[in-house]
Write a protein that binds this ligand. Structure first.
Ligand SMILES: Cc1ncc(COP(=O)(O)O)c(C=O)c1O
Length: 357
């Protein structure tokens, strides 16, 4: 395998549905010279309208954005001012803390705890911190990056019901790789009107370069709805591609299934390697703790074979690497490279029989 394998940013290596390519090929350039006139039909856009119907949420509360990163930023810029508190996970996507800094906010961290081979949220701890700080914004990611765990539905419901004075952001960027129902979303938005659930086309739909994300906002976030409104509409071509992706359910269900199967292979592989601990993940990546003295060996060995994975520098996870699950072919290759590397260093040889077939 010669082309470099970038397995460090949780992109979906299978690529978008062929239906997306068809949209690009048949794009009408003339349309691109015009603004959207969807407003004449009483909607913001075809895409937000479609998402609203799909999720059972009024269209005006579907807020499109330039990736979910952008909606996250808009929430923080809309609701956090100098000195305000943001409650966020200690082990999380680095961008959360950077946003808090950007607005001179005060980040208070809650911990994800390691239990039974995975990281877990502690709802009691989050609610206790809420009672003390009454934060302006609370961030919860499910599945969380980089730990890969989701928050249990009962815990989530408790937090959302309890923390009604905060804007609660539920970041579901990795939605679809394990869970694909939407009932929880409507129920939670009914309970807490200051909740916003973030989703994206970047991960499950393999359209990271398209930059489309969105928030499903509670009724009480009208200030955000106004803040995020784009009078002249969105990117018309990107919207069409996203709509085509939504239509091809079979393609994405199939690729997500392959990703789940390969994730299980990585899990089994690392379980059999001495000194390594893989964590259960609901996303398209897996977090693995490794013997810290092996960092250079691993990093160098993988790089020599054209493989890039993410070695975390976050103090809470300094001895962990995060591997994006690739295509079947990529995963076979990565596992065989790892097998070679680790066996040379006297680690227990895992049984790779399934991968070698
Ligand atoms: C937890 C989480 N949320 C949001 C995002 C942003 O994704 P995008 O802006 O592409 O929608 C990422 C990207 O890696 C992420 O890990």
């Amino acid at each position: 395998m010669t082309s470099p394998m970038l397995l460090d940013r949780n992109e979906n290596q299978y690529g978008p549905s062929p239906a997306c390519r068809h949209v690009l090929r048949s794009a009408d350039l003339h349309e691109l010279s015009l603004y959207s006139r969807d407003y004449t039909r009483g909607i913001k856009s075809e895409l937000s309208s479609r998402l609203g119907r799909l999720l059972g949420i009024p269209e005006e509360r579907i807020l499109l954005s330039y990736g979910s990163e952008d909606m996250l930023k808009q929430v923080v810029h809309c609701y956090v001012h100098k000195g305000d508190t943001i409650l966020l996970p200690r082990q999380s996507w680095w961008y959360y803390k950077s946003l808090a800094e950007e607005k001179d906010g005060h980040a208070v961290e809650y911990t994800l705890h390691e239990r039974n081979g995975q990281f877990v949220y502690d709802a009691d701890e989050i609610m206790a911190l809420y009672d003390v700080h009454i934060p302006h914004v609370i961030l919860i990611a499910s599945p969380n990056n980089p730990t890969g765990n989701s928050i249990g539905p009962a815990d989530l419901a408790r937090i959302v019901t309890h923390c009604i004075e905060s804007v609660v952001v539920l970041d579901e960027a990795y939605y679809g790789f394990s869970l694909d129902g939407n009932d929880h979303l409507r129920e939670l938005l009914d309970v807490n009107h200051r909740l916003i659930v973030l989703r994206t086309f970047s991960k499950y739909y393999a359209l990271a370069g398209l930059r489309i994300g969105y928030g499903c906002a509670g009724e009480g976030l009208s200030r955000l709805a106004t803040f995020s409104a784009r009078y002249l509409g969105f990117n018309r071509l990107s919207e069409k591609i996203a709509l085509a992706a939504l239509d091809d359910r079979a393609y994405y269900q199939e690729t997500a299934k392959k990703i789940r199967e390969d994730k299980q292979l990585y899990y089994e592989f690392f379980t059999e390697c001495e000194g390594f601990t893989p964590f259960l993940s609901d996303a398209n990546f897996i977090l693995v703790r490794y013997p810290v003295h092996m960092r250079q060996t691993l990093e160098q060995g993988l790089t020599e074979h054209g493989i890039t994975v993410k070695f975390l520098d976050d103090p809470a996870l300094r001895d962990c690497m995060r591997i994006t699950i690739g295509t079947r072919e990529q995963d076979r290759y990565v596992l065989s490279v790892l097998d070679g590397l680790l066996s040379r260093h006297g680690r227990v040889r895992p049984a790779l029989t399934t991968m070698r077939q």
